[in-house]
Ligand binder design. Sequence first.
Ligand code: IMP
Length: 430
Amino acid sequence: MANVAVVGAQWGDEGKGKIVDWLSERADVVVRFQGGHNAGHTLVIGNQTYKLSLLPSGIVRGGKLSVIGNGVVIDPWALFAEIGRLEAQGVKVSPDNLLIAENACLILPVHGELDGYREDSKNAGGIGTTRRGIGPAYEDKVGRRAVRVSDLADAATLSRRLDALITHHDALRAGFGAPPIDRAALEAKLAEVAPRLLTFAKPVWLALEEMRAAGKRILYEGAQGTMLDIDHGTYPFVTSSNTAAGQAAVGAGVGPRAVGYVLGITKAYTTRVGGGPFPTELNDAVGQRLGERGHEFGTVTGRARRCGWFDAVMVRQAVKVGGIDGIALTKLDVLDGLDELKICVGYRLRGEVIRHFPANAGDQAAVEPVFEVLQGWSESTQGARRWADLPATAIKYVKRIEELIEAPVALLSTSPERDDTILVHDPFRD
Ligand code: IMP
């Protein structure tokens, strides 16, 4: 029996919510290990739709333990607002079903402000971030001036941490013409959330070790996607954490062998929100059709997602850098009714064809996709639950993707409904 990590294999929004929910029914513990409330997962269970940002997807199911690991950056105000929304939908959240790593770093209001100043500045921003303060919070973590959850229990440590953080931020804010931080107001805000946040705080690594020893099934839930990884993505148009599966271990406090099976999620086409290179992007009627049929609007910011053909070069790269064992292919039905489909199998760069996505930002922007053209299908694949329900050309498309990315399809999702899934290989039964 394997523990499973689920990661996005593109630029996020691959449909992880449904797959994670599907797997979380089979898991005892669900762990977030990176990112923050920049993520957006939509879960459709029966006639209820849940929108999650920071909380692990297991939270909506009874009898599961949800864990926010040390690799996550936590905005306590956003967390409690999310808990409030879920409670209004009848979901119970308490220290019995939610643990938060005591060594996780906080996102403070000043981080969101700085994110905004940079995005609005002509020279400093332009990444198209979610403006949630994710990048500035990770900067403070690496800069060793962040406030961590456990600091809230210790006035002297908190005060020293705020000295360092405020000195640093006031200098930055002055550069943007913003007023200095109101320390008293920040302390008062923190004092409001501290007691409640501390009730969830635990040495998460220890809890996970106990769970592992007791033979519990653990699901590590990634956010964003491999091409948004701070090291392996389309830098600088990336998020500020490692999104590849290797982060599951460090961001939760378990060893690299704790994850048995890595499931990569990928759409049958490609989308991206925010700025940055996108070689297979379609700025035409086909791109518009994918966006409309696929409801491609961000869960968090509501922004329209850019759409394009499936990029097998990029997904193969995600498979390799993330150690992906198998993929869940989502939204195949969005391609229904197209006469022909294209898959990117290489890039042309300065007259040569290359088979990997280059690291240099100039090259990333310059590559032109080399396409292979496949026949489409006119039948509906929506709601298919068996291979036999799929048209032969759709099966051919899926098989070609498997070959090109060098990873098998473990799950195929054919609608947002959780049961509209073709199971080829159960990741927990590796
Ligand atoms: P940040 O994570 O808010 O700093 O944003 C950095 C980049 O990552 C931007 O291009 C965002 O649109 C993108 N991004 C962050 N979170 C997600 C996500 O959950 N899905 C898709 N894109 C995301």
